[in-house]
Design a protein around this ligand. Structure first.
Ligand SMILES: [Zn+2]
Length: 399
């Protein structure tokens, strides 16, 4: 029987990013495919039956698939230069929990599966939780199919090359109808558990969260011969938008706004760009404050564009309102875990997508630095094993 930390070490070398540090594992790329194969091998070794659904999510069934199933799992993809645990910890913990339950002679009293959701981070095609959004109908399949990666390939192209039938992307009533309850274990992406002095916690809610693409067009020109007064420089507009995001978010106790990605065209040191695209991530504890912050940043960005003589376009790429996890399930889990702390998170998850459809819960494992989406993300071996033990306790209660 392999422990969660042993399983993590098995994939330690897969998808390392020499340039950024950490890992870059993106849906359907060679590293992510290797992880899918690894997961299939490990799940098969536990006697689980594997299927990949029409949207590229993997299900590993212990016994026959069926309705009212207990589902646990997470994702194997990462952000660019991400840590080792965001996603994989939930998957290896689920496998280790199955092994522990089998060793204890448990036979599930209801259908049970481990799931691996596709493109949770949205790092390749820009929409987070794409696999669970497609599964649940939270994104139209036509829109998903047309999403493009950095090389200009569409999700439909890449999914077809992977072997999916793109005519059947989208809401999967059969897969969805089988989920009776979903529990996702995840490394905490904050220091709530450090502050609480606890290895394990239960999630209460997820902040409202959206992504917006800000595209500014100006006049590409020579950095040496173009007088400042004659410029229509989209980089200056982007800079003002970025600063406004900080100002707007700093004025609200409930909002976080981030520009983490910017692409100038053509991207030359001695060239005034002709176009700059920047991506805005805004989260807040309620829809009203989140929407208001985006609107304020939009006003500042449009004002800056007007002053600079640039055109600006702001497009919402995704949005999800605040998610409150099933209170009865949350309280039940906290109780069987001996009063584990209950805490909110600012990070999005597949569990958040499914929460409006089925009873859904999350377990968090303490992260000593609180850093996530970066190589410094971590958890001690002891805390990882405490996470598995907690998941086993929760699954025993649910099964
Ligand atoms: Zn994650």
């Amino acid at each position: 029987m392999r422990s969660a930390t042993t399983l993590l070490r098995e994939i330690d070398g897969v998808g390392r990013d020499a340039h950024r540090g950490g890992y870059s594992r993106h849906v359907f790329d060679p590293a992510e495919r290797e992880l899918r194969e690894w997961f299939t091998e490990r799940a098969s070794a536990l006697g689980l039956g594997l299927e990949t659904d029409r949207n590229g999510n993997i299900w590993a069934w212990w016994g026959a698939p069926g309705p009212d199933a207990v589902i646990t799992g997470s994702h194997l993809d990462s952000v660019p230069g991400g840590g080792a645990l965001d996603g994989p910890l939930g998957v290896v913990s689920a496998l280790a929990a199955v092994a522990a339950l089998q060793a204890d002679g448990v036979t599930p009293g209801r259908p049970f599966a481990v799931v691996v959701f596709a493109e949770e981070e949205g790092s390749r095609f820009g929409v987070a939780c794409l696999g669970s959004r497609l599964l649940s109908g939270a994104i139209a399949p036509e829109r998903a199919a047309a999403l493009t990666d950095a090389d200009g390939g569409t999700f439909a192209d890449r999914a077809a090359a992977f072997g999916l039938d793109v005519a059947h992307l989208g809401v999967d009533r059969e897969a969805l109808g089988r989920i009776g309850v979903f529990v996702e274990l995840h490394v905490e992406q904050g220091i709530g558990l450090v502050n609480a002095g606890a290895a394990i916690g239960v999630a209460s809610s997820i902040l409202a969260h959206g992504r917006w693409r800000v595209r500014v067009r100006g006049q590409g020109n020579h950095a040496g011969t173009t007088a400042i007064a004659d410029r229509r420089d989209p980089m200056v507009v982007a800079a003002e938008a970025i600063l406004s995001a900080r100002t707007v978010a700093a004025a609200s106790p409930t909002v976080r706004a981030t520009f983490g990605r910017i692409e100038p065209v053509p991207g030359g040191t001695n060239v005034i760009p002709s176009q700059v695209t920047a991506w805005l991530d805004v989260r807040g504890s309620n829809d009203e404050d989140t929407r208001a912050a985006v609107a304020d940043i939009g006003v500042a960005a449009r004002d800056a564009a007007a002053r600079e003589g640039c055109e600006i376009e702001i497009v919402e790429e995704s949005y999800g309102g605040e998610v409150v996890f099933d209170p009865a399930l949350r309280d039940r889990m906290s109780a069987v875990l001996g009063g584990a702390p209950v805490l909110p998170t600012g990070a999005g998850h597949d569990a958040g997508i499914l929460a409006s459809l089925v009873p859904t819960a999350m377990l968090f494992v303490r992260n000593p630095t609180g850093v996530s989406h970066a190589p410094e993300e971590g958890a001690t071996d002891d805390d990882c094993e405490a996470g598995v033990a907690a998941l086993v306790t929760v699954l025993r209660d649910l099964l």
